[in-house]
Design a protein around this ligand. Sequence first.
Ligand code: BT5
Length: 259
Amino acid sequence: MEDNLSPAAITENLNTHFIGHKVIYYPSLPSTNESARKEAQWGAAAGTVVVADEQTAGRGRLSRTWLSPKGSVALSVILRPNIAYLPGLIMLASLAVVRAIDKTTGLKAEIKWPNDVLIKGKKVCGILIENEVRRNTLAYAIIGIGINVNIHLADFEDIFPIATSLSDEMSKAVSRLEVVRQLLMQMDKLYLDLPNEDIIYEQWRNNMVMLGKRVRAQSGESVIEGLAESVGKDGSLYVRLQDGILSRIVAGDATILRR
Ligand code: BT5
């Protein structure tokens, strides 16, 4: 199977307006987000992609660790949209992953607020968006995406109970090259819809796994439990508490309660 993530392989006949017109590849990197941030600061064009075969210091939110051994996909895309579209970027990224997984494997993935993509309740992808805002203008946004493609999760006991990979779900290897190319094409298509925020928002909401379920949500030190009622266009999660009050969570984590 073609599993070469060279810029030539990724960009060959890539049908995009701007995403992936420039691809920078490394066999190994601490973090593609870190490298993309430097590229963005040096003036890299919007749409530039940094991709690595493995990361040695992949990061999640709040200084958490993201494991991306060989066989996974780790990439970061530099975007420079209007700051008004910032909430749409997490929606765009997670939807692009869901679509790319569907196109390459037929597997139906779901979105877990705010930034995870799950298959059968297990995390197959994490997304980390890092921005540089200067005087109310977005200098750049880095969309970092990690997907477990050809990883045997049983080899990674720390995350085994909560994670899955495309190859584990398919019981066979999956082309990382196809996953990356599809991801870039889907991101490019969705990017054009950003000014039309309802399109992306509605699809994001419709693919959200936790709505209508009881959840525990954490934001900073505060933890609440209730019914995940809706998500807002600004990306927030609305949880109905036992006393009837609707609580809005702008940033944090949420898990579905199994009882
Ligand atoms: C995320 O953070 O899920 C964002 C991950 C973003 C990774 C990409 S890879 C390309 C780019 N470069 C980077 O350095 N990062 C981005 P968070 O929601 O905080 O979740 C982190 C948690 O996910 C960890 O604490 C583990 O529990 C779990 N985890 C770590 N590695 C995992 C993996 N490979 N698969 C599933 N879960 C994982």
